[in-house]
Design a protein around this ligand. Sequence first.
Ligand code: PEP
Ligand code: CO
Length: 451
Amino acid sequence: MVTDIESSLWAPNSWQTKQAAQQPVYDNPAELDSVVAELSKLPPLVTSYEVVQLKQQFAEAQAGKRFILQGGDCAESFSDCHGPTIASKLKILLQMSLVLVQGSKRPVTRVARIAGQYAKPRSENMETRDGVSLPSYRGDLINRVAFTAGDRRPDPQLLLQAHARAAMTLNFLRSLSKGGFADLHHPEYWDLSFAENSPLADEYHRMAASISESVRFMENILGIHAAEIERVDLFTAHEGLHLHYEQAQTKRVPRREGWFDLSTHFPWIGLRTNQPDGAHVEYFRGIVNPIGVKIGHTTSDEQIQQLVEILNPGNEPGRLTLIHRCGAKRVATELPRMIRAVKATGREVVWVCDPMHGNTFLTADGIKTRNFDGILSEVEQAFDVHAAEGSKLGGVHIELTGENVTECTGGSRGLSEEDLKRDYRSEVDPRLNSEQALEIAMLMARKMARM
Ligand code: PEP
Ligand code: CO
């Protein structure tokens, strides 16, 4: 448990006494204060009931009885608050989760990077073009992407707009989810044309057929029509980067103890803000939600141990997820020491592999990309390392989109570096498109089925 002295010092705004990395500098603090006050009066986006339910599911993943599929855009933009874009994201996550259920023989929890993934950490505070320097674009929560002084000015009003967009996104997602698994019956649902030339095409078809078979079994034997399954559970997540935004939505609720961040179910701390003595860790230690922290090769064993001790002092199952993002070349050497560092604390965490952020590179033409095989290799190695260390990989964290963009190379369709020029839309990190995302789920399912 947090000691009394520590807990009495925590408050939704106690982070302000610490060093907060990656925060925008607003030129009108009074305007920021009034926006934060307004935001704190708006209704929450999620409920404490859902947050507690998700923590229970993370506890099951920690025990190896469930698998977490976290996925979505690197950054949502306000223009992504658009019906077809939202629907296609739900569809790919649903599809991937069904494939993973088949492979892992475990229930799968869907956690989308959505309805609030509007802020990005940046390596440089300023961007310079043709001798003109302006604040870097930090996501639609903070400023606008166009390179003009007006657009790049951090604008507090965007916090209110983001909350409204997140609410609209969630409202549509909740309605869509009510349709249950209805779409499974549409033949185009399992379009596997991308795999035509893959040596695994037959296996992919068998997986899809087996899922359809399970649905038919359920309908025939149990008499439940897939379209009638009341609800598909979907939880939300975003990087809890902008601490004023999180603070404003941090609330107490009747009949439950503690403070909940009700802007999302599962906020996480990014790699650039995971300093144990920093403001983000201070904010996160006081909220009840299940929380994540990204760790990488730059995160020392000592830092990992401090994070575990500060963020999960009570060793509560499902409370803390460590999201490792080492890269395919480093995971075999870095992950064992991370697992051992946590073991030495006597506490447990949920382990999730992010195979995206350690595998980013620039093409000869300067395009930021990731290769399908590198991503797959990191996940496969992560499964093996956890097994060898007597640990469990509880989930994966993937950047993806429901559309057929060309941002990552590889996959059965064989996207090349030349193809990246065709339909590259991300303002930040490259995402797997829906075909690549479905294929990686199939390959992960295949791996899990053989373990
Ligand atoms: C991200 O998840 O988009 C991100 C910035 O990751 P990381 O903090 O691991 O670099
Ligand atoms: Co990213």
